[in-house]
Ligand binder design. Structure first.
Ligand SMILES: [Zn+2]
Ligand SMILES: [Zn+2]
Length: 243
């Protein structure tokens, strides 16, 4: 498997970047995980839209979904201009219901619902969904192929499902949308310190911090995470990581 970071900014895109969007390549097949602000532009730097075979939205917050609307336009217009764009299977949570309904586009998407503890096969990989703790229904994804494991927490606070989600993952993408210095009782993201601790406890091989707010100094996030996991990195937009 190969994972290309299209965007990893938290909440809104830093200048010249995108919010959550990850292109997963499995034996030449392409899956888009999340479709945030700026992701459609970045996606087309790597593949044509007719090469996109599946989309998974971890949850329906805008920073993970906002380019779906313009993706629909691109697909409709692409067809009009002769591109061989078919329906793309799209997995997303069923709630919040008004947002789930807004995804309906029968010409473009074949909709599927993500559920807690659900496993499904997709383009040669096995995907298991773990319910995360976040204001919207959110799923962490554990994606396995030929004994290799990619785990992504999506957006979450510390919760019991992180351990089975991350267990011995070859590559883990973890929401570092918070910092210990800014800790409040009402946080909705992990701190970088918590990311490092969970990754170490789960014997993760490689940890990428994602979802840093554009206001953060990445060095501060790295310093926090290194307390528990020395080999941590910040996910770099445009970089491809082999799994
Ligand atoms: Zn969120
Ligand atoms: Zn988010």
């Amino acid at each position: 498997m190969k994972l290309t970071v299209l965007g990893a900014s938290g909440a809104f895109p830093a200048p010249g970047t995108a919010t959550s969007g990850y292109l997963l390549e499995i034996d030449g097949h392409h899956i888009l995980i999340d479709c945030g602000s700026g992701v459609l532009s970045r996606l087309q730097e790597h593949i044509r839209l007719d090469q996109l075979e599946a989309i998974i939205l971890t949850h329906l917050h805008s920073d993970h979904t906002s380019d779906i609307g313009v993706l629909k336009y691109a697909m409709d217009l692409g067809r009009k201009f002769g591109q061989p764009i078919g329906k793309i299977p799209l997995w997303s949570p069923a709630t919040p219901q008004p947002l789930a309904i807004a995804l309906e586009s029968p010409d473009n998407f074949e909709q599927h619902t993500l559920q807690a503890d659900q496993s499904f096969e997709l383009l040669g990989a096995t995907i298991h969904c773990f319910a995360m703790e976040h204001p919207f229904e959110t799923y962490g994804l554990r994606i396995e192929k030929d004994g290799k494991v990619l785990a992504t927490t999506a957006d979450t606070i510390a919760c019991p499902n992180l351990a089975p989600l991350l267990r011995a993952a070859d590559l883990a993408l973890m929401d570092a949308g918070a910092l210990e210095r800014l800790r409040t009782p009402a946080m909705v993201h992990l701190t970088a310190t918590e990311c490092g601790a969970f990754a170490a406890d789960s014997q993760v091989q490689r940890l990428l911090l994602i979802h840093l707010l554009p206001f953060f100094d990445p060095e501060e996030s790295l310093t926090e995470a290194r307390r528990h996991f020395p080999a941590v990195e910040i996910a770099q937009p445009g970089w491809t990581y082999a799994i």
